[in-house]
Write a protein that binds this ligand. Sequence first.
Ligand SMILES: *Cc1c(COP(=O)(O)O)cnc(C)c1O
Length: 424
Amino acid sequence: MCKQSERARALDASDPLGVYRSSFSGLSADLIYLDGNSLGPLPAQTKKVMERAVGTEWGEDKIKSWNKGWFDLPLRLGDLLGPLIGAGTGQVVFADSVTVNLFKLASAALARQEGRLKILTDDLNFPSDYYAIEGLINGLKQGHKLVRVASPDGMSLPSEELAAAIDSDTALVTISHVVFKSGYLYDLEAIVEAAHKAGALVLADLSHSAGSVPIELDRWGVDMAIGCSYKYLNGGPGAPAYLYVRESLQEELLPLLSGWFGAQEPFSFSPHYLAASGIQRFLVGTPPILSMRAVEPGIQLLLDAGMQSVREKSIQQTEFLIELYDQILVPLGFALGSPRDPARRGSHVSLRHPEAFRINKAMISPIEGRPVVIPDFRTPDNLRLGVAPLYQTFEELARAVERIREIVVDQEFTRFEEGLDVVT
Ligand SMILES: *Cc1c(COP(=O)(O)O)cnc(C)c1O
């Protein structure tokens, strides 16, 4: 272990992204935060932006602020995010939540794909993504069916296996680019190619991939994408989501949920809806300006650092974690719940253990002289360790694994009770 912490310190000393840690608030040596894949920490700059948004824009300028940057904010933020996900301007807009955006885009896509009744996904997707599609199918009553291709190992699905299930009845293929439990990273380009050959559209959920792996939406020919901004983008709790529609598809998709912010000239107060041209038509109602104002600094930090550097360090760090797992945690009954191939893995590592729930409780509890380590627990037995290269140190990873070892060896977890909190 000592050798590993020395190595960790050496890796930190030569880390080109090390300077970014001080751009975040609330990180300390006593708290090892491995949950940036659920709720990214607060960028220091966001505090200043929020003071301005509340104090000056709302407090002093009040309604005048709509014409001084608020009205265009959803589109402006979309264009700011664009380079991070390989999207040219005018194709990304911030709005609503991921689930709502999925529903908006899937419903418009099914109308465009009339006659095709199959919606294809896998059995690794985020539950809300299933729920939104199930609700849509039930409401449409046109005989659509959601087909879930089964993962052979419960954590991944080779792109060819998904591609093989795409046929001439497939309207839409929808998957998470990085799978929330295992961190499996799809070859999205290959899936798009297979889908387009069969005339199907692809809708990718980028919630766990934006800000953690390089994405080339335009180059890969992705039709539609959605994602949240509170995970690796560090936009804050409940931060607004975004959606992408490739330019050549925008005019072919008509929102079913047509609202005034997606209409031509909302302030003409026309009694009939005419869809705005371009990506703006996918807006619905008044955007949550305060939450949206908090989104920019987190994106800016990732743009400054560059996704290639972020990805390089992320791979180095997840590889380091898996090496520590092999040496220290395998003998303690842990199993790897993430792919070993870094090319097929996002930025978190899932460790499985029959006592994962109580181990997680022990890790997050303050105990004198021990660091608090915050991963998250995903049922039934996953401890997810999220690595966010902008602020994560290698030393934190070594200390986190040492803390897990100690909790299991000393049976510390037996002091904690079974039973879920509402949010895990
Ligand atoms: C976090 C996450 C969501 C969250 O959806 P919301 O509607 O914004 O709550 C959706 N999909 C995936 C894959 C996620 O990881």
